[in-house]
Design a protein around this ligand. Sequence first.
Ligand code: URA
Length: 422
Amino acid sequence: MDPIAVIATKRDGGELSRTQIREIIAAYTAGDVAPEQMSSLLMAIVLNGMSRREIADWTTAMVDSGIRLDLSDLRTVDKHSTGGVGDKITLPLTPLVASYGLAVPQLSGRGLGHTGGTLDKLESIPGWRADLSVDEMWAQLREVGAVVCAATTDLAPADRKLYALRDVTGTVASIPLIAASIMSKKIAEGTGALVLDVKVGSGAFMRNRDDAEHLARAMVELGSDAGVDTRALLTDMSSPLGRTAGNAVEIAESVEVLAGAGPSDVVELTLALAREMLDAGGLGDVDPAENLRNGQAMDTWRAMIVAQGGDPDAPLPAPRHTHVVLAEATGRLAGLDALAVGEAAWLLGAGRSRPGESVSYAAGVTWHAGVGDEVRSGDPLFTLSFDDESRLDRAVSRLSDAAVVADSAPRPGSRLLGRATR
Ligand code: URA
């Protein structure tokens, strides 16, 4: 395999053969292709795209770079979100769906940049641990049904290495590469069914609906072709979800949802995704709102936290400092910029700028009004929570234009924008 010939084919707008794709991914994973060669190929893919056949071959090559779990003994259904600000849906959704007897393996990641990581949020619960062996994950799936843990490094190692390179070479923003990256991990994980939450808007990877539909369709096709029952919902991420972005603050909000309360958009999305997952798991007649009302989803949450060493009753980390930003005008909240809120939470210490950095569990942003709500001058608009005082000024300045207060504002519509099919 000649890496230069592979790069030249893509640079000139040609199609890569299955053999070229298999060989270059295997060689890169083994350390036999230089990072500058792989980054050149990735940039050619960003600029010239890939055919459906190339995306499927790229995905298969990444799955084949590692182990593939066999969960076929269990009725498994997983959810994946393309990531957004305040997106804590995995936290109430996993125990809710598992409380109906399905097995939900949520192999998750840590946050990088302005979208938070599910594992960082859960690690704010004292004692909870993310790193489980495959045997521990398997046992918990059987006993509790719900598990959220770090993906083992043996699953799609080619993607792990490629993603790190894409992150520093401006080659993340490519629908074929994103679709292949997400689906290689899901196919390797061995889930029987998968529901995708593809976010659209300022706080998401996909800023417009056409791109989101394109990405969703590509992923549904990849999953279906690999024998995974795959569906996708398109959901709105033009404003942040719920009322909190950060780590401990998002755990507290998720527990409210599990207790039958919580912000209406978080509840709406949790129930919509739960219905899809239950349907994919053969339980299409079930109303998931029932187990939020009767406490069974909360019981499964507690069992899931305890199984991973956490104490669900322990107080969550409290911030050393808080700062309240007051509204400067009276009217209605006409817009709240998801990206600005996500970046403010990150600036306060809730996220990391480099893999391996530690995060502040207590850092985050709470907004006191949602889009469409009344706002009065002098009332609290945001509460910023943080441990390190030197982080405050930049976060406050990032939020300075985030909220738009106008004389009138329409009530926000549903977060559900549509669904993608093959
Ligand atoms: N999430 C992934 O896992 N991969 C991407 O390429 C983008 C988002």
